[in-house]
Ligand binder design. Structure first.
Ligand SMILES: Nc1nc2c(ncn2[C@@H]2O[C@H](COP(=O)(O)OP(=O)(O)O)[C@@H](O)[C@H]2O)c(=O)[nH]1
Ligand SMILES: [Mg+2]
Length: 363
């Protein structure tokens, strides 16, 4: 028979029957139980990941996505609560699924979280614990109330903190089933166990799904936060990529800077060397110039000396020549003097003669 409905309006249609919701962690056997109870063959999981993605109702059973399913996250919880809220008539029985021998502290945390955060503790009185994967042979006996084996097993379970906590909340309402895909008989026994329990369990009142409004708001906010977180994550990823890019650029720039610094230092060194060489050259040139000037001065001094000597020589020569001239004129002067003397003598003689002559004439 194909499913007649998979929405809340259709579920409320069958008000006279007990409305049963199957809850629990992913992979605990909810869909398997749903299938044997409804005769449908909804896809079941593979014990690695969940298959049920949204609430699915048929007859008076509601299969739900598993809590703690990382694929759906808060959005799958939100759709579950959304679905429950839309069940205006509420839910009669909540079957909470755990696997036999596999309840650990994470499962217990999840249980507490679901009842406190989503369903509210009022839901305890409408709930029953369904332990799946019960592989021991006494499947029928273990579900009979006064059976000694059941008493013994429950005692054992109570010794385990996790089971004990759940059983106490549910007033020891617990059934054990085994919906093995390979054992038709055990599946049938399991179906009978569930039917028997549903028929016998009479909760005092329906669990009012309207109480989930707060949870809904909370989940909606959580989902918004999840979305924002995802946005942030995307932004962070982008920033990371940008950062990597910038880091790469920065490293390139650093390398470039180092190269520049090295080349600057090389250039500075070269410049210093050139400067030193220039200074040396200037100094050398200066020394050479001073030497040269000294030599020139010396040479000029010598030349001056020579000239002076020459001058002195010339002077001496001149002096000498003057003396020589004078000396050389001496004979001439003597001669001239003699001449003059002679002339004088002659004139005197002539005068005397003249005088004498005159005298002679006068006499
Ligand atoms: N042997 C055994 N296998 C089970 C039982 N319940 C579930 N499984 C297997 O566990 C896997 C997950 O079951 P499913 O119904 O999809 O779990 P859901 O995620 O809670 O709906 C499937 O491979 C089932 O065949 C059980 O009681 N006994
Ligand atoms: Mg499922």
């Amino acid at each position: 028979m194909p499913p007649c409905f998979d929405n809340a309006d259709a579920v409320t249609f069958r008000k006279r029957e007990k409305l049963v919701a199957l809850l629990g962690r992913t992979d605990t056997g909810k869909t398997s139980a749903f299938n044997i109870m409804t005769g449908l063959s909804q896809r079941i999981g593979n014990r690695i990941s969940s298959t049920t993605q949204q609430c699915f109702s048929h007859s008076n059973f509601i299969d739900t996505p598993g809590f703690g399913d990382t694929r759906g996250g808060e959005s799958s919880h939100l759709s579950l609560v959304d679905f429950f809220i839309s069940l205006s008539s509420g839910i009669d029985i909540l079957l909470y699924f755990v696997r036999f021998g596999a309840m650990n502290s994470t499962d217990l945390d999840l249980f507490v979280d679901i009842y406190k955060r989503i369903l509210s503790i009022e839901a305890y009185s409408n709930s029953c614990l369904v332990v799946t994967d019960y592989s021991l042979p006494n499947l029928e006996q273990i579900n009979i109330d006064d059976n000694e084996e059941r008493k013994h097993l429950l005692k054992q379970l109570h010794e385990n903190d996790k089971y004990s906590y759940v059983l106490n909340k549910f007033d020891n309402r617990v059934i054990f089933i085994d919906i093995s895909p390979f054992d038709y008989r055990r599946r049938e026994i399991s179906k009978g166990v569930i039917e028997k329990f549903l028929a016998s369990f009479q909760p005092t009142k329906r669990f009012n799904c309207q109480n989930l409004q707060d949870a809904y708001r909370l989940l909606r906010r959580t989902q918004e936060m999840e979305t924002r977180c995802l946005d942030f994550k995307t932004e962070i990823d982008q920033l990371k990529t940008q950062n990597q890019h910038l880091t790469h650029l920065y490293e390139q720039q650093i390398r470039h800077c180092r190269d520049l610094e090295e080349s600057y230092q090389r250039s500075t060194k070269q410049l210093e060397q050139v400067h030193e060489q220039t200074l040396l050259t200037i100094e050398n040139n200066h020394m050479i110039t001073i030497e040269e000037m000294k030599r020139q001065e010396y040479r000029i001094r010598n030349e001056v000396k020579q000239v002076r000597n020459q001058l002195e020589e010339i002077e001496r020569d001149m002096e000498r020549s003057l003396t020589f001239n004078v000396a050389s004129y001496i004979p001439l002067i003597n001669i001239i003097t003699n001449i003059i003397e002679l002339n004088t003598k002659r004139r005197i003689t002539q005068r005397i003669r003249k005088t004498l002559h005159t005298k002679k004439k006068g006499s």
